[in-house]
Design a protein around this ligand. Structure first.
Ligand SMILES: [Cu+2]
Length: 317
């Protein structure tokens, strides 16, 4: 689905989406879809924040809200921008989210952008769902265009930790009961990985893995282990200068503070790759799965390089 993504930047063009509002486009409602995405995020402590993005076709909104102010059959960014609060009011009256008995939730609109989909421009409504307590259950009631267009569909995705729940909202399926993964287990940050490579060494010398981990979250990320079917044993190591000599030792975890970047290097952290199941050669790619505390496993592609860190002349996969 083209529209599920992290928040997007506003478009720079002042007149984007001059989209044709022919009688066919707006009136016929030939294929009216909206896209509703919810994702759970950890914020301070165990309080859970739910972020939402709701993409609604501008041609549908133009039809119900008569957005084409000058009636020229085209919708300009200016015409949409002037009516943003009405678009929000119309949409959010037709979506209700609750956290079960004794746990009231409310939708807090954040911002509104324009999103391009294959079938035209959409209003992208970003919102937070704030609940009294971190919800384990959510109920969702969606109506949007159902009263005027029973063929309208809401394509719904809930991302909660490692779990993804999807549904197609229709007049017959307008009420969802959803289970939210436990906040603690689901919401630890998974760091971003860059520049993952393996230093191949000749003979029986074990190879070492290097990478850069960036913790984009608000909580510390803790790397606990790494594994690969290609190696019988992978341990987390750190090389330290002890009384003038470089020595390496196993560590049981590597912590990346919030909003920090940690680069593995020969004089610091590395993955020690022992007991290769098959010979590993420069140019190969090896998948190593990293396990962080309270987060889903993260498979990472490592490129095997020469002892000096240079790339193999030819890539063998
Ligand atoms: Cu080592």
């Amino acid at each position: 689905m083209s529209c599920r993504a992290a928040p997007r930047r506003p478009r720079l063009a002042s007149v984007l989406a001059t989209l044709l509002l022919g009688a066919q486009g707006a009136g016929a409602h030939s294929a009216s879809d909206a896209y509703l995405n919810l994702s759970t995020r950890a914020s301070a402590g165990t309080v859970q924040l739910i972020e939402g993005q709701w993409d609604i076709a501008l041609r549908d909104l133009a039809f119900v809200l008569d957005l084409d102010a000058d009636g020229d059959g085209r919708l300009t960014w200016g015409e949409v921008r002037q009516r943003q609060s009405e678009i929000e009011a119309y949409a959010y009256r037709r979506l209700h989210i609750d956290g079960g008995p004794g746990n009231a939730c409310r939708i807090k609109p954040q911002r509104q952008l324009i999103d391009d989909h294959a079938d035209g421009a959409y209003a992208a409504l970003f919102f937070d769902v704030r609940c009294a307590h971190a919800p384990r259950q959510l109920t969702l009631d969606y109506s949007l265009f159902f009263p005027i267009d029973p063929s309208h569909r809401g394509i719904f995705v809930l991302q909660s930790g490692a779990d993804t729940t999807t549904a197609v909202l229709s007049p017959d399926n307008a009420h969802l009961h959803l289970t939210v993964a436990a906040a603690r287990a689901a919401d630890a940050p998974v760091p971003r990985v860059d520049a993952a490579w393996i230093r191949w060494l000749p003979g029986a010398i074990p190879a070492a893995g290097y990478l850069t981990l960036t913790n984009v979250g608000d909580r510390p990320a803790m790397l606990l282990s790494a594994s690969s079917p290609l190696f019988g044993d992978i341990s987390l190591h750190r090389t330290e200068n002890r009384a003038g000599s470089m020595q390496m030792a196993a560590v049981d975890r590597i912590t990346i503070p919030p909003h920090a970047t940690l680069t593995f290097e020969t004089t610091g952290y590395h993955l020690m790759l022992m007991e290769p199941a098959t010979p590993v050669k420069p140019g190969m790619h090896v998948t190593i799965t990293l396990r962080f505390a309270d987060a889903p496993p993260l498979p990472v592609d490592f490129e095997v390089r020469n002892p000096d860190g240079s790339r193999a002349a030819r890539t063998a996969r």
